[in-house]
Design a protein around this ligand. Structure first.
Ligand code: VAH
Length: 318
């Protein structure tokens, strides 16, 4: 990877991935793109272009103009949002992906796009979910992710495009809040703990889901893309996770630093139904074996860092 273009660069993953890639590969070698510019966009941060991924010609033109060799495609609607507007989600999530894969094929680019634990469904084994297992998701987002995995493998086997992907768990970060996800409660709880010392969870007590701190997610992307291709038996997409937690686990972890923190529940049936269809904990042994995947942050280390960073961030924002 020498020159990288990222779609969805203003999203929860994209905003931090662009920063991390610029630190690693040089500011001028990472082009951020999204459907709009940031209000406080500053050219000194590095190249940025407005790209709607459903516009193939525009995506092709920007990749060609910047002579990129790698395309990281993140632009997509997340699970809860996709459930609300399924046809739009199909158009963006699948139309955008096909365009990105076609550009990668035409320009011979290395390619990354994330899948998700959302690619599994209610009849997938819920504990230690295997790398290779049944995938019958019951959400539009999950259908998009399974179809995406199959498409990326097809572009590898049929056209030789170097496609690689991971199945992300819920991602937790303090830089850019997620939007429209089912696991967003795991981010909101930290913001509310700092601001109000209380949070009302829309996910029910006892609902286990895989989660990961954003620094581990960013390292995983770079590690996979730099991995020795001869060791990859799989490509799209690798199971990776850090912790399997339920809302009460966050409550206990936060109370270690904010003893008066209180968690209550007001379950959202739509997002609860999505969460119930996903695994409790997935098995990551394949990613460990094929490219030495390892997460550094457990629940306590993440909680300590999240609360410290949010205290500072919210103090500045006022
Ligand atoms: C979502 N954060 O909630 C995303 C993710 C595993 C969850 O795909 O839709």
């Amino acid at each position: 990877m020498k020159k990288i273009l990222v779609t969805g660069a203003l999203g929860q993953i994209g905003s931090e991935l662009v920063t991390k890639l610029r630190e690693t590969y040089g500011k001028e070698n990472v082009i951020g793109t999204d459907i709009r510019k940031k209000d406080d966009h500053n050219e000194v941060d590095g190249p940025f272009e407005i790209v709607d991924v459903t516009d193939y010609d525009r995506l092709f033109e920007v990749c060609k103009t910047y002579h990129v060799d790698t395309l990281m495609h993140l632009a997509a609607l997340l699970s809860a949002k996709a459930e609300a507007i399924p046809k739009k989600a199909w158009e963006l999530n699948m139309g955008g992906l096909v365009n990105a894969l076609e550009v990668a094929r035409e320009l011979n680019l290395q390619f990354f796009t994330p899948s998700s634990i959302g690619a599994f469904g209610p009849n997938t084994p819920k504990d230690e979910t295997p790398q290779d297992t049944i995938q019958r998701p019951t959400t539009m987002y999950g259908i998009n992710k399974v179809a995406g995995e199959l498409l990326c493998d097809y572009y590898y086997s049929r056209f030789g495009v170097d496609t690689r992907g991971v199945r992300f768990p819920g991602l937790i970060s303090y830089v850019t809040p997620p939007g429209g996800g089912t696991t967003d409660y795991s981010v909101e709880i930290y913001y509310e703990a700092v601001k109000n010392k209380s949070y009302t969870s829309y996910i029910a007590e006892g609902t286990y889901m895989d989660m990961m701190y954003m620094p581990d997610a960013l390292n995983a992307i770079i590690q996979l893309m730099e991995a020795d291709v001869s060791k990859l038996e799989h490509r799209n997409a690798f199971n990776i996770t850090s912790i399997s937690v339920e809302p009460a686990d966050f409550e206990k972890a936060i109370q270690k630093y904010i003893p008066t923190f209180k968690l209550s529940y007001d379950v959202d049936p739509v997002r609860q139904k999505i969460a119930d269809s996903w695994p409790n904990r997935i098995d990551c042994s394949t990613a460990r074996k094929e490219w030495d995947f390892k997460a550094e942050y457990d629940l306590d280390k993440m909680t300590k860092d999240m609360l410290e960073k949010l205290e500072a961030k919210l103090a500045i924002e006022g």
